[in-house]
Design a binder for this molecule. Structure first.
Ligand SMILES: [Zn+2]
Length: 432
């Protein structure tokens, strides 16, 4: 398979984008980073999209044009996320991005499917497919840094939980009377074992505490061991319930001095093995990532690839051959109003093409056809499209527009809540 899958690792201060070739999914061929536009998500998305287009174009050139097509984009974003509506939820470092429908905004910019995932989940998938996690069918992934994130790989697959919140090891409460956590509760693993807790316990930045511990400072070593034990207590709960094989560590702190990190991880392992209820005494591997920052990029790109292949398979079964991705994509949309209460756009469909078969869970829309002819499939009925036709489409009604000649219609709706369910779709469809 030729083409490019790209990934975005959205951060509170910096965003990294990377590209992998569809033929070589385990290697980031090109990456770049830029400061995150914290004040304005719409501007932020434009800047990320333009950086991404640049690297895709460079990769295309460097492979002699064989990989010109961007097939899909994966986003790893700080959680928690609303995975059903593909929105960001609370981001302590990016308050203006709260509630932002990042996936659909990027789809409008880039014209390809965007897959949104929590950044720790994306990194865990990267480790599972291409890193130290290859060895394990079942593992807990832990990111160590200013916060503690986590993810679960069970039966070789990412386990998201019903609402996408699974694996939050940082907020497992291990001391009900412990220090206040950023989440508002007390004594979470994060409040006891992340960088700021280490800094508070020693009175120096965590990176310095690591360096001091490595050079033999007893207090620094104690501080790291105490933090590691708190993490071990949290992991013991996870191991008692899920009985996985191993713990894989990533994040900034996992790149710290290996000797000092060992104090932390050995204390964690000892506490975990002492406190977990396990079927038999076990030696639980504590393994440190070798992919580093590439883990999230590789994982997000892999998830985009899986979604691409799944949709391609669905299309093949439903409608014979894979629809050809045309150079000038059909279904061009132009927004002419998009306010909190109301949204409107004009959609151009090339002759011979169809928009996806879809329905909305909550959104109601009205379509007004101004030129061209075709067929509107609406909940089992086929309505001939002629200029002047106006149709109300209630939520839950399956619909599709098929153009016999070039077709223009205008759509007015309640604001986009990104609740579209596409029963059949094609890649290469531009959304703006
Ligand atoms: Zn917490």
């Amino acid at each position: 398979m030729n083409g490019i899958f790209a990934a975005i690792d959205l951060g509170g201060t910096k965003t990294r984008v990377g590209a992998v070739l569809a033929s070589e999914p385990g290697r980031v061929v090109l990456s770049a980073s830029a400061p995150t536009v914290r004040e304005d998500p719409d501007e932020g998305i434009k800047s990320i999209a333009s950086l991404l287009r640049e690297i895709v174009s460079d990769v295309s050139k460097s492979t002699g044009g064989r990989n010109a097509e961007l097939l899909g984009v994966g986003v790893g974003a700080p959680g928690p996320l609303d995975i059903k509506e593909r929105r960001l939820l609370a981001l302590p470092n990016l308050p203006k991005w709260r509630g932002f429908g990042i996936a659909s905004a990027l789809e409008r910019e880039l014209g390809v499917r965007v897959t949104l995932e929590n950044d720790a989940n994306a990194a865990a998938v990267g480790e599972r497919m291409f890193g130290v996690g290859k060895e394990f069918e079942d593992f807990v992934y832990v990111t160590l840094g200013t916060g503690i994130g986590g993810a679960l790989i069970l039966n070789g697959e990412l386990y998201r939980g019903h609402w996408g919140g699974a694996g939050e090891i940082g907020h497992v409460q291990v001391d009900p009377d412990g220090p206040l956590c950023g989440c508002g509760r007390r004594g979470c693993v994060e409040a006891l074992a992340a960088g700021p807790a280490i800094e508070k316990a020693y009175g120096r930045p965590a990176t310095e505490v690591f360096a001091l511990a490595a050079s033999g400072d007893v207090k620094a070593r104690d501080v790291l061991e105490t933090a590691g034990r708190a993490l071990g207590r949290g992991l013991a709960l996870v191991f008692t319930v899920l009985d996985p094989q191993a713990v894989v560590f990533g994040g900034g702190m996992a790149k710290g001095n290996p000797l000092a990190l060992r104090f932390y991880l050995d204390a964690c392992k000892e506490e975990l093995e002492k406190r977990a209820f396990l079927p038999a005494k076990r030696d639980i591997p504590h393994v440190v990532s070798t992919l580093g920052v590439d883990a999230a990029i590789l994982g997000a790109a892999w998830l985009a690839r899986e979604e691409y292949l799944k949709a391609r398979e669905t299309n093949r079964h439903r409608s014979g051959p894979m629809p050809k991705v045309v150079e000038k994509p059909w279904g061009k949309e132009v927004w002419w109003a998009h306010t909190p209460r109301y949204a409107g756009k004009t959609i151009y469909v090339n002759a011979g093409h169809s928009l996806s078969l879809q329905y909305h869970q909550r959104k109601a829309e009205t379509m007004f056809f101004s030129s061209g002819e075709g067929t509107l499939y609406l909940g089992g009925e086929e309505i001939p499209i002629k200029p002047g036709l106006s149709v109300d489409i209630p939520p839950g009604t399956v619909h599709r527009v098929t153009a016999r000649t070039d077709l223009v219609f205008h759509e007015a709706s309640t604001p986009e809540v990104d609740d579209v369910i596409r029963l059949e779709d094609n890649y290469g469809r531009a959304r703006c």
